[in-house]
Design a binder for this molecule. Sequence first.
Ligand SMILES: [Zn+2]
Length: 129
Amino acid sequence: MRKNGGAMKKADIKTYKERLLALRARLRGDVSQMADAALNRNRTDATGDLSSMPIHMADLGTDNFEQEFTLSLMQNEGDTLERIEAALQRIEEGNYGLCEECGVRIPKTRLNAIPFASLCVKCASELEK
Ligand SMILES: [Zn+2]
């Protein structure tokens, strides 16, 4: 089995895969429970990997982002499920975590907030314009 040179460590990929699977399970399950989790979210699990980042922005950004994300998720379940499936597919193919537009590695801070992100922040914001 060959992996892309710049791909993530296996341990990291395993973590994201588990998150994706958990997220998929939640999406298929109780939505109100998820709303509750979004609104009362304990920040520790969103900031697990930020030790090398400047705390202020990364911290706040991730939290707000994830909360918005989780809430919008509920309005958009079908699409999100598809994106989760696509991300799981990318894990199998060994190119998970790489931007589909420009091929750079998507920062972990972003993947922590959106484990199924397929674009880097730059490309995603280009698309939103
Ligand atoms: Zn990109």
